[in-house]
Ligand binder design. Structure first.
Ligand SMILES: Nc1nc2c(ncn2[C@@H]2O[C@H](COP(=O)(O)OP(=O)(O)OP(=O)(O)O)[C@@H](O)[C@H]2O)c(=O)[nH]1
Length: 538
């Protein structure tokens, strides 16, 4: 909707007839209202209006660019100080380009608002239309454009440069580091142009700018001048710095890890390796020397480190073909170490970008686990298998006997009157007896037999592949060896005897309890029959 506007009335309008006779365009622009306050006939023609009233009614605020608005806002305080501002403005009345040297001075309207009285003087530089447009473009571009003479003194700058550098008028003053400016001035004596990224002074602060500099010739004086174009790259620089920081943080993390890392790209070239990786594979070079290396060749040359070299290479190929989410493998090394290797493919926006190998030396962990497993299945006093191992082994043997594959026998051994030994010689001497019995079993049985300490002074022996008759003979032999052994006690050496129950696993046994109960019954029979003897049940 067009707003109704009254044609302004003031003293200057009283002189209209006289002012209309001037060939020089003259107008008053109300900066605060963004309205034309007065225009003589020459100015009305210049502004391309039919009548003064049409010009006064024109809504300048709708068409005014932000750059012009900023420029006018900058004029206000200067005009208020009484400054006379000389500027070149371009006009296009009837499509014809005209450049005018505009002399602007303060004019206070009857309403008390600050306006500017503009006298449009004939420009001493005659420019063609394209030069005028170039000037306009330079005026409106957000890029900061400044022109200096050969000594670095400011000749002219566009509004963007003007807005950013009030008061700073030399080439050196534009740079945060004046030495840089000095070097550039020298450089431009030998080179016609140069570009750089530099810290520049803007609005009393430092900003990163991309700066293009070129040497030119002043068309007025013929002397050398320097044209400088700048634009702000501070946000990009901040991003680059953040990127550098996060890269460094990542490097610190990678180096600090005690697991070996190897990052490969999709063509199997090393992108990143760390010191821990080099240490694991005795690589006598810093990890950065590995970058760019072909991992296919490296795998071939290091496969000898593993107990299954071909399996090592084949597994890598398999993982790289399937590119599964993540895969973990245990690698046995020829030198006895165990490595856990984790493979992680790297996908970004569904695109495969290589993969990461993480190698962890788990040798100590494996030995510890093996130690715990051994302790969990061993009797600490005698070192023989304990009840738990006996149960597992007995179940295995019972299954094979049930399947008709083998026969197997079982001995239950119990020390005779052990309570009396403990009571008279002490518990520690009793322990010696238990250990002696264990040693006797260990040394006089076959490798395939399993002697176990299943209770206080109760022992079991599983004899795989043995018939009841053979087992009875073994039992008598053991019984005699135990009876003949002497225990070196502190007070005086002593002997003890055992009672042994013999039975065999049968395919009809419902459980291992059935066979152990038979052995138990046989052993009690031996006790009842006078101890120090063997009894058989099946
Ligand atoms: N020194 C020692 N004694 C143990 C251990 N475990 C069990 N005993 C003892 O073994 C003895 C078993 O005694 P009993 O079950 O009465 O039988 P025994 O005296 O051997 O008599 P018979 O079996 O009838 O010949 C008890 O005195 C227990 O304290 C052990 O680890 N060390």
């Amino acid at each position: 909707m067009t707003s109704f506007h009254h044609a302004p009335q003031s003293a200057i309008h009283d002189q209209a007839a006289l002012l209309d006779r001037l060939q020089t365009p003259l107008w008053v622009f109300d900066i605060e209202q963004e309205r034309m306050h007065y225009a003589n006939a020459a100015a009305v023609r210049l502004w391309g209006a039919e009548t003064p009233q049409a010009l006064y009614a024109r809504d300048f605020s709708a068409t005014m660019s932000e750059a012009t608005r900023r420029r006018l806002a900058d004029y206000l305080p200067r005009l208020a100080r009484g400054e006379v501002i000389d500027e070149h403005w371009s006009f296009y009345p009837g499509g014809q380009a005209i450049s005018l040297h505009c002399r602007c001075s303060r004019y206070v309207t009857e309403e008390g608002r600050t306006g500017m009285l503009v006298e449009g003087l004939e420009s001493d530089i005659s420019l063609d239309a394209s030069s005028l447009r170039a000037l306009e473009a330079v005026r409106h571009t957000p890029m900061m454009v400044s022109v200096f003479d050969g000594q670095g003194r400011l000749l002219v700058r566009n509004p963007a440069a003007l807005a950013a550098r009030q008061g700073l008028s030399s080439f050196a003053a534009c740079f945060s580091d004046h030495d840089v400016a000095g070097r550039l001035l020298q450089q431009l004596e030998g080179e016609p142009r140069t570009s750089l990224e530099a810290m520049m002074r803007v609005d009393d602060s430092d900003r990163w700018h991309h700066v293009d500099l070129c040497r030119a010739t002043d068309p007025k004086t013929g002397l050398p001048m320097i044209v400088m174009g700048e634009f702000d790259i501070t946000p990009r620089k901040a991003l680059e710095t953040a990127q550098l920081v996060s890269n460094r943080q990542l490097e610190v993390v990678i180096e600090g890890l005690d697991v070996g890392l190897l990052l490969e790209d999709e063509s199997r070239r090393v992108i990143v390796a760390n010191q821990a990786f080099c240490d694991l594979f005795d690589i006598d070079a810093p990890p950065e020397h590995l970058v760019g290396m072909d991992c296919r060749e490296a795998a071939e040359s290091t496969k000898g480190y593993f107990t299954e070299p071909e399996g090592f290479v084949a597994r890598i190929e398999e993982l790289l073909v399937t590119r599964r989410k993540q895969a973990r493998d245990l690698l046995a090394m020829a030198d006895g170490r165990f490595l856990e290797r984790t493979y992680t493919p790297l996908f970004v926006a569904d695109q495969y970008h290589g993969h990461l190998w993480v190698y962890r030396d788990i040798t100590r962990q494996r030995h510890q686990e093996a130690d715990w497993a051994r302790k969990a299945s061993t009797d600490p006093l005698t070192g023989l298998a304990n009840r738990r191992s006996f149960d597992d082994a007995a179940r295995r043997v019972a299954r094979t006997v049930k399947g008709g594959e083998i026969q197997a026998a079982l001995l239950m051994i119990d020390i005779d009157r052990f309570k009396a030994i403990n009571d008279t010689l002490g518990h520690a001497e009793g322990d010696k007896g238990l250990r002696l019995l264990a040693d006797t079993l260990r040394h006089h049985l076959r490798q395939s037999d399993l002697p176990c300490r299943t209770g206080g002074e109760e022992f079991m022996v599983i004899l795989p592949g043995m018939s009841p008759e053979e087992a009875r003979a073994v039992a008598w032999r053991l019984l005699r060896q135990i009876a003949e052994a002497t225990i070196e006690a502190e007070a005086l050496p002593f002997h003890f005897t055992v009672s042994i129950g013999v039975t065999c696993f049968t395919p009809t046994d419902a459980s291992i309890e059935a066979v152990t109960q038979r052995a138990d019954a046989a052993m009690y029979q031996a006790k009842r029959e006078g101890r120090n003897r063997v009894a058989v049940r099946w």
